[in-house]
Design a protein around this ligand. Structure first.
Ligand code: CAA
Length: 381
């Protein structure tokens, strides 16, 4: 593996860095304060080709390698983790649709998603089915050429704002993975509405919403893949999503590190900048070491997915290590700034609030460890 960036990767990274510095970072604190979802930024990201990063050109996208994608997410997350997460979820489902749809379905949805005309969301979890995702109970009953959906989904990123939802629902009674199928449900479909908007610790500018289905009738042609294939589609989607979350965590950690480093260089106590004290130097050294280690794990997982290798364990390791590291790094960045870090004059408290959820969503870090342990015991690790 060789991770020297080629010319195209440097250009894309620099383009996204410039965009983030100009269009995102200056507004992120206000968006957080106001719980504002910046849909206009998604339109601009569409113009830059970022909404179709996982979609081949033949289907209207602008396919990038997962490794290049990791660079994009890291840069965006330096400015605003919420925006990077919204984009990641959108690209996760767009890529899965490009992969699993038939030609007619691709015509209907994929190019409009890949160009940013439509925004996508992913819906697996329910109130009673979080880590045990296969036990989900939202029903999809076949009636001739239609499915009737009934039930409630939870924790849906982009919920309410997205135009199109990739929904996992049960087509066979029980609690097993083989009874789950995957559907596209469009906003505005009768019987489909939105429930509670979550009031979260962080990531305020990324909406998280309940989905309510009450006798919601959709054409059978909205089913993606075969009946019973939904859980596998969801898990495979999450392999790429988890690598993105790792990259996003690195971006937040890098931003926190830079604030802490700069503050330590100027803040004077006991007649010296606090960066001259070993206690602070060691905090900064640990931050840098863990950012670099996390970056290499994310790049390795992305590389394996790009090469078509079994990346399940590597995606889990990248997500778990990078997000645990980012939680520690953002917490220590607040510590370096002391009282100044705990108030909203500096962004580090937002970074810390935002990044906590990365240890929870797209599979908790306890679930990632289960995935790694299973790979070890089946000799894939
Ligand atoms: N790719 C393809 N197939 C996979 C897979 C993968 N990564 N992982 C599992 N499968 C397959 C298995 O091979 C198995 O297939 P067979 O029956 O043919 O053997 C089938 O799926 C069932 O797998 P398991 O037996 O391993 O299923 P399980 O019930 O034991 O669950 C789990 C495994 C890892 C715990 C899984 O439930 C899981 O990942 N849970 C966490 C859920 C999660 O990540 N939720 C995230 C919500 S989305 C979100 O947060 C997005 C957001 O908004 C930001």
């Amino acid at each position: 593996m060789k991770f020297d960036l080629n010319e195209e990767q440097v250009d894309i990274r620099d383009m996204v860095r410039h965009f983030t510095e100009q269009e995102i970072a200056p507004h992120a604190a206000a968006w957080d304060e106001d719980y504002y979802f910046p849909r206009e930024i998604y339109t601009k990201m569409g113009e830059l080709g970022l909404m179709g990063m996982t979609t081949p050109e033949a289907y209207g996208g602008n396919l990038l390698s997962r490794l290049t994608g990791a660079l994009v997410y890291e840069e965006l997350a330096k400015g605003d983790m919420a925006t990077a997460v919204g984009l990641s979820v959108h690209n996760m489902i767009t890529g899965s649709l490009a992969r699993y749809c038939d030609d007619e379905q691709r015509q209907r949805w994929v190019s409009r998603l890949a160009t940013g005309k439509l925004l996508g969301a992913f819906s697996l979890s329910e109130a009673g089915a979080g880590s045990d995702a296969a036990s989900l109970q939202c029903q999809a009953k076949r009636q001739t050429d239609r499915y009737i959906l009934n039930g409630t989904k939870m924790w849906v990123t982009n919920g309410g704002e997205a135009d199109l939802y990739l929904v996992m629902a049960r087509t066979q009674a029980g609690r097993n993975a083989g009874g789950v199928s995957c559907f596209v449900v469009e906003k505005g479909t009768p019987g489909f509405s939105f429930g509670k908007s979550e009031r979260k610790m962080g990531l305020h500018s990324s909406p998280t919403r309940e989905l309510l289905f009450q006798d919601c009738s959709i054409p059978a042609s909205n089913r993606i893949g075969d009946e019973g294939q939904g859980f596998k589609i969801a898990m495979a989607s999450l392999d790429s999503g988890r690598i993105n979350i790792g990259a996003i965590a690195i971006g937040v950690a890098q931003a926190a590190f830079e604030v802490a480093r700069d503050y330590a260089g100027t803040r004077q106590q006991f007649g010296h900048p606090i960066s001259t004290f070993q206690a602070i130097q060691f905090l900064l050294a640990d931050m840098m070491m863990k950012i670099e280690a996390a970056r290499l794990l994310v790049y390795e997982a992305a590389y394996k997915l790009d090469e078509g290798q079994d990346a399940i364990m590597y995606a889990a390791m990248a997500k778990c290590f990078a997000t645990d590291a980012a939680m520690e790094i953002t917490t220590n960045a607040v510590q370096v700034l002391g009282g100044a870090g705990y108030v909203r004059d500096y962004p580090v408290e937002r970074y810390m609030r935002d990044v906590k959820v990365a240890q929870i969503f797209e599979g908790t870090n306890q679930i990632q460890r289960i995935v790694i342990a299973r790979a070890i015991s089946s000799n894939r690790g």
